[in-house]
Design a protein around this ligand. Structure first.
Ligand code: NAD
Length: 390
C-alpha cells in the first residue's frame, strides 16, 4: 500500500518554481509515497529529471494526475488537470479562491479535497508549513539585491586611497516577514537601515536587526497579527512623520499589505518627486497594486530622477531556493495527514481544518484570506469574501 503523489510542471508565465525538490523525495517516500512528476517539471531552475531519484516521469499531465491520490503544485492548476483527477483526490497548491471562481467550482464538482497554501493559519505549530513566510523571506532578501543593482552607488561604507564613500540609507516600509528579511539583508550589506510599520511591536524587531525605527505615533494593529487600513487622519499624521525619511533614503523597499484590501499607498507622487535624485524604490507589493502611487506592477519605471522597480512573482526569481523551501512546507503539511502509507485527515486538527478550501463537494471554509500573494496572480485583492459557488 502506498500513496500516489503527482507533481505538476508549472505552466503560468514566469513561474520557475517546482513543488517538489530532489532533497524532499526520499522524505516523501519514507512517508509512504510513490512519486510521479511531470516531465521537465524542474526545467525552469535547471533541474533535469535525472536529478530526481526514485521518481517516475510522465509527460502528459492528465495521465500523470489520473491515478494520483495527492497532486502537488505551486500555482493553481488548469481546469483540465482538475477534470482529470480522481474524485476525492487531494490537491495542495496556492489557490487564492477569490480570483479563481471557476477553479473552485470545479474542485467542488469533482469532490477534490483542496488545501490552499495561503490559508494556512499563522500559528507556531504551522511555521514549518508556512509557504507565505518562506517565500516572503526570499522576496525580502531579493528586493535588496534588486535595489542594489539599480542604485548608482554602493550600500556599505567603502574606504579607498582616494577617499571614503559613506553607506547608503535604506528605508524598509512594512515590517512583516519580507520587510524584516530586507532590513536584515541591507544591514548585512553595510547600509544604514530604517524600518517603519503601523504595528508597534515591529519596533523591537527592527532594532534587533540593527535598524532604527521611524516612529509615527500611529498604532494600526488589526486582527490576527495583521495591520488594518489607516483612517484619513492617521494617513496625514504618518505622511508628515515620514517625509524627511523618504527624502533622505537612497533605497526604499516597500512591502505593506492589509488582508482583504489593495496595497496601501505609502508613497505619493509628490513624495516621489521630492526624493533624492538617483534614489530607487523596490515595491514588493506590486501584486496588490503597489505601495507607491507611481508603481507600475511588473515594470521598472523611471519617474523623474527616481527608479521604481515593481517585480511580480519575486520568489520565482530565486526559483531553486524557493522550490526547496516550498517543497519542505508542502511535505510538512502532508506529513500531518500521511500515516502508515495512507491518508487520514483529522478534521479536528486546526491546521488541516483551516487550510482546507474544499472537501467532499463543499466549500470547507467560506472566508478566504484575500491578500496579495508573493507570487500568485497579478490582480489586486478585492475586499469581497469567498468566491460564491453553487
Ligand atoms: N506565528 C507565525 O507563525 C507567523 C508566521 C508568519 C507571519 N506571522 C505574523 O503575521 C503577520 C503578517 O506577516 P506578513 O509578512 O504576512 O505581513 P503582510 O505581508 O500581511 O504585511 C506586511 C507588513 O505591512 C504592514 N503594513 C500594513 N499597512 C501598513 C502601512 N500603512 N504602513 C506601514 N506598514 C503597513 C503590516 O503591518 C505588515 O507588517 C505579522 O504579524 C507576522 O509576524 C506569524
Amino acid at each position: 500500500m502506498y500513496v500516489n503523489v503527482a507533481v505538476l510542471k508549472e505552466t503560468q508565465p514566469h513561474e520557475r518554481r517546482v513543488a517538489l525538490a530532489p532533497s524532499v523525495v526520499p522524505k516523501l517516500i519514507k512517508l509512504g509515497a510513490k512519486v510521479h512528476m511531470q516531465t521537465g517539471a524542474g526545467d525552469a531552475i535547471k533541474l533535469a529529471d535525472s536529478a530526481f531519484k526514485d521518481v517516475a516521469f510522465i509527460a502528459d499531465r492528465k495521465v500523470l494526475v489520473a491515478d494520483a491520490d495527492v497532486v502537488l503544485a505551486v500555482q493553481p492548476p488548469a481546469l483540465e488537470v482538475i477534470d482529470a483527477m480522481k474524485k476525492g483526490a487531494i490537491l495542495i497548491s496556492f489557490v487564492y479562491a477569490d480570483h479563481q471562481p471557476a477553479l473552485v467550482k470545479r474542485l467542488i464538482d469533482r469532490k477534490i479535497t483542496c488545501f490552499a497554501m495561503e490559508r494556512l493559519p499563522r500559528i507556531t505549530r504551522a511555521q514549518s508549513m508556512d509557504a507565505l513566510s518562506s517565500q516572503s523571506a526570499l522576496a525580502g532578501y531579493y528586493a535588496v539585491q534588486l535595489g542594489a543593482i539599480h542604485l548608482r552607488r554602493v550600500l556599505p561604507k567603502i574606504t579607498t586611497a582616494a577617499g571614503t564613500i559613506g553607506p547608503a540609507k535604506v528605508l524598509v516600509m512594512g515590517l512583516g516577514v519580507a520587510g524584516l528579511e530586507a532590513l536584515a539583508t541591507a544591514h548585512r550589506l553595510g547600509a544604514v537601515t530604517e524600518g517603519y510599520d503601523v504595528r508597534p511591536e515591529t519596533e523591537e524587531q527592527a532594532l534587533s536587526l540593527g535598524a532604527t525605527f521611524v516612529e509615527t505615533g500611529v498604532d494600526a494593529r488589526g486582527k490576527g497579527g495583521y495591520a488594518r487600513e489607516l483612517t484619513p487622519e492617521e494617513k496625514t499624521k504618518v505622511a508628515a512623520a515620514l517625509t524627511k525619511h523618504l527624502q533622505s533614503a537612497d533605497l526604499i523597499i516597500t512591502t505593506a499589505a492589509i488582508p482583504g484590501r489593495p496595497s496601501p499607498k505609502l508613497i505619493s507622487k509628490a513624495e516621489v518627486a521630492g526624493m533624492k535624485p538617483g534614489a530607487v524604490i523596490v515595491d514588493l507589493s506590486a501584486e496588490g497594486g503597489g505601495n507607491c502611487e507611481d508603481t507600475r506592477p511588473g515594470e521598472t519605471a523611471e519617474i523623474g530622477q527616481v527608479t521604481i522597480v515593481a517585480p511580480l512573482n519575486v520568489p520565482s526569481f530565486l526559483g531553486e531556493d524557493a522550490s526547496e523551501l516550498y517543497s519542505k512546507n508542502q511535505y510538512n503539511l502532508l506529513a500531518l495527514m500521511m500515516k502508515n502509507n495512507i491518508i487520514t485527515i483529522d478534521w479536528g486538527d486546526e491546521i488541516l481544518a483551516k487550510t482546507a478550501l474544499t472537501h467532499d463537494g463543499q466549500m470547507k471554509n467560506q472566508a478566504t484570506r484575500p491578500r496579495a500573494n508573493p507570487g500568485v496572480g497579478d490582480k489586486a485583492p478585492t475586499p469581497e469574501p469567498a468566491a460564491k459557488v453553487a
